[in-house]
Design a protein around this ligand. Structure first.
Ligand code: NAG
Length: 354
């Protein structure tokens, strides 16, 4: 609270120094005096929510900007994610985490750490952005969401600096909002050992350098384990287990084992010490899932009933694997539709509408 007051005060000084428009300054003076008085009565957070946080460009860590609406996640997953029984479990996982945030008697013992695995194009990033959209009003654009990318964000030749920067960035975000979301994408391309930097933040500590990480969420995304997930699924099919009947334990051991030898997870104590709470396998898509994706994409673009010709054209870019003898799984999932379907729509339009 004191920290906030100080920040506000410095902001005010800055405005004066910059000699911002007199009226604005007057308004802020009035609000500061007003909120100082009110703050004594109602508590700072209430006053802040009703003054500063209502300014158009301000994003605060409150219910308005962080609605944490998991019904929204449930709806998005059911409408846009096809053939992924275990991905749907994200809703239950997040509800459990959220309930422990709200309930003082239960309290989260550690940050929630989820690792998403699967072939490219099966919707891992899509799922992460659905989570962000459900928790934050601004979704991925929220300042409480940070995404680090495999190769791009870390300089493996200067690990000391990379690690220090990483710590500083995450500290800053989580200290401004305890319910922040930190995403590491393309872990398979990340320098080994980088993840060990954040290990203390994922562990059962009340606070690390004075910051409490236990209500935050960390998501790891990679294609590690993709081929193994496909092989396992085929074996389960052979045993008569249906897609909707698969369980986490059918995949977790193989994903953990594969991860421990790959990219940013290599020999990672994050894995060895069981700091990842959930390994979520994204199953490779089959023809009817890909058809559902295509249909959803057409509809999103305003074509409610694509003709059979258009569907055939859209689906023609999909190839199936894992081998020519077993053309069961769509190689790139639904990824290529984003560009291909707008093209198909254009192609089948009557000429005069060009
Ligand atoms: C949460 O999301 C659902 C589904 O999108 C929506 O119907 C509901 O109004 C939202 N609730 C709040 C409190 O915003």
């Amino acid at each position: 609270m004191l920290y906030f007051k100080l920040k506000f005060f410095l902001f005010y000084i800055l405005l004066l120094v910059l000699n911002v428009n007199y009226v604005v300054t007057q308004f802020i003076t009035a609000s500061i005096i007003g909120s100082t008085v009110l703050g004594g009565w109602f508590g700072w957070d209430t006053v802040k929510d009703n003054t500063f946080c209502l300014l158009p460009k301000v994003e605060c860590c409150n219910d308005k900007h962080v609605p944490y609406n998991l019904s929204r996640l449930k709806v998005s997953l059911s409408q846009k994610m096809f053939g992924q029984p275990l991905v749907n479990e994200l809703v239950n996982i997040l509800v459990a985490h959220k309930e422990s945030i709200k309930d003082v008697n239960r309290q989260n013992k550690k940050a929630l750490v989820i690792s998403l695995h699967g072939w490219s194009g099966v919707g891992k990033n899509y799922a992460a952005s659905m989570i962000a959209d459900a928790i934050y009003a601004k979704g991925m654009q929220s300042r409480f969401v940070k995404m680090f990318m495999g190769k791009k964000d870390f300089d493996c030749s200067d690990m000391e600096k990379s690690k220090k920067d990483l710590m500083a960035t995450i500290n800053l975000i989580v200290s401004s909002c305890p319910t922040s979301l930190i995403i590491f994408d393309e872990i398979h391309d990340m320098c080994p050992t980088i993840l060990d930097t954040i290990k203390p933040m994922l562990d059962h500590h009340h606070a690390v350098d004075g910051i409490d990480y236990r209500n935050s969420i960390f998501i790891f995304i990679s294609n590690i384990g993709g081929p193994q997930i496909a092989t396992n699924l085929l074996e389960l099919y052979d045993k008569g287990i249906k897609r909707n009947e698969v369980e986490f334990h059918h995949f977790e051991p193989i994903i953990r084992r594969t991860s421990y030898y790959t990219g940013g997870f290599e020999k990672s104590s994050t894995i060895a010490q069981h700091l990842i709470d959930h390994y979520i396998p994204f199953l490779p898509l089959e023809q009817h899932h890909v058809e559902m994706c295509a249909l959803a994409e057409f509809r999103a673009l305003g074509v409610l009933q694509p003709t059979e010709e258009m569907m055939i054209d859209a689906l023609s870019i999909i190839t199936y694997g894992p081998s020519e003898d077993q053309p069961i799984f769509a190689n790139n999932g639904c990824k290529r539709f984003v560009k291909h379907i707008p093209y198909v729509i254009q192609k089948y339009k009557p000429k005069e509408e060009l």
